[in-house]
Design a protein around this ligand. Structure first.
Ligand SMILES: Cc1ncc(COP(=O)(O)O)c(C=O)c1O
Length: 404
């Protein structure tokens, strides 16, 4: 839908947004009217270099030709059926995902948080049915982020923040341990623990990649104790970290993993993928969702996942991500640069992340700010080193300006 097609000005769009929408977001100051690959265009046709990628979603680039074609073709055939009939897009996507990431079974959902709800429900149901009514506890990481619905929200170890404030009481059965601290996780587990949930790289929490020692240690500990290792790969999955899945960087496999974002090529889809044994906890009537497995979303996801594989985008994320992270270290006022492929965080020694972000927007670069001093970037995986050079110059100017 374009401004002209509904005869409306950009100012009016902003006015209607303010008047009618319940706002929980800080909006960019422009109206996005078009997007292509690495760029977002505003109402005046100005191009913005997109280093936030719809928050790690547009991994194959915005409006990727293959994804657009898949959506158009599928929308002309079947848009929605619910999960009663078999559908072609679901079946081929299920095979592609399971075979690529090495999991036995998949359950489609419509978002990341829903995928995590499914993961939590599956693990808890397995625990209480197999071992008894107390075996439902899950240990999660402090500073983790898993979504906004109650289970996922509770798993997000961020008490006392806007994420949790006002929403207590949360779901019972969760405790929290220090990320990248194996002993802390071991201490937090009890005889009633059935699962441990973490992100291979904490994203919203400030970009903290898991160490090799921590990840392999957790896998070993879970095996010894009969605890399920639950990975949230909603932000890290499908190429972001330099491998198709974040866990592949560590040579381990989870018992269950949630995915979303990148897999959909921009369409709303998520999924939980599990071992055959764990997946058996779900049976007819135990879980479901109206839009999950929607035909258009699955067709788009099939095209996006194939693009990620065929164009070797994880390899590009690794190569370009390493180049970019190295370069960012020479920005002024940098305290630390952390990254896993193209999940990049720059921590500054000045509490001015929001100002830096705004300075970047003025100079036509889009990023996100975390807390007071971290800029996080999750661009499309089609990114080139030239894009990085441009982004670096803009960041440098913005930091220099706010540090004056
Ligand atoms: C690691 C992680 N888990 C879960 C979610 C929630 O996904 P959604 O916003 O699609 O519900 C996010 C979103 O940023 C995420 O980064």
């Amino acid at each position: 839908m374009q401004l002209e097609s509904v005869n409306i000005s950009a100012e009016k769009v902003k006015e209607l947004t303010k008047k009618y929408m319940i706002e929980t977001y800080e909006r960019f100051p422009f109206v996005a009217v078009r997007a292509k690959d690495m760029f977002l265009y505003d109402e005046n046709g100005e191009a913005y270099l997109d280093f936030y990628g719809g928050v790690a979603v547009n991994s194959v680039g915005s409006c990727n030709d293959k994804v657009v074609a898949a959506i158009q073709e599928q929308a002309a055939e079947i848009i929605h059926t619910f999960n009663y009939p078999h559908t072609v897009p679901q079946a081929v996507l299920a095979e592609l995902v399971c075979e690529t990431i090495g999991m036995d079974k998949i359950f489609f959902q419509s978002s990341g948080t829903e995928a995590n709800e499914a993961m939590i429900k599956m693990v808890r149901k397995y625990g209480v049915e197999k071992f008894g009514p107390e075996k439902y506890h899950i240990v999660a990481a402090k500073k983790g982020f898993h979504g906004r619905t109650y289970g996922a929200l509770t798993a997000s170890g961020q008490p006392g923040t806007a994420l949790h404030n006002g929403f207590e009481p949360l779901l019972p059965g969760f405790s929290y341990a220090e990320f990248n601290n194996l002993d802390s996780f071991k201490d937090a587990c009890t005889g009633n623990t059935i699962g441990i949930i973490i992100e291979p790289c904490q994203a919203e929490g400030g970009v903290y990649p898991a160490t090799m020692e921590f990840m392999t240690g957790l896998r070993k500990f879970c095996d010894e104790k009969g605890i399920f290792l639950m990975l949230d790969e909603i932000q890290t999955g499908w190429g972001r970290t330099g491998a198709i899945m974040g866990y592949m960087n560590y040579g381990i496999k989870p018992d269950v993993v949630s995915i979303a974002k990148a897999m959909g090529g921009g369409m709303p889809i998520g999924a939980v993928c599990a071992t055959e044994k764990l997946a058996a906890a779900f049976n007819p009537g135990s879980h479901g969702s109206t839009y999950a497995g929607n035909a258009v979303c699955c067709a788009a996801a099939y095209a996006a996942c194939k693009e990620i594989i065929d164009r070797k985008l994880p390899e590009n994320a690794k190569d370009v991500g390493t180049y970019f992270a190295k370069k960012l270290e020479s920005l002024p006022h940098v305290k630390e640069v952390r990254h896993a492929g193209l999940l990049v965080g720059v921590e500054f020694d000045i509490p001015k992340a929001a100002d830096i972000k705004h300075g970047c927007i003025d100079r036509k670069l889009l990023t996100t700010a975390i807390g007071t001093n971290i800029i996080r970037m999750v661009p499309p995986l089609t990114l080139t080193k030239e894009h990085c050079d441009k982004a670096y110059e803009i960041l440098k100017e913005s930091v220099e300006e706010v540090a004056k």
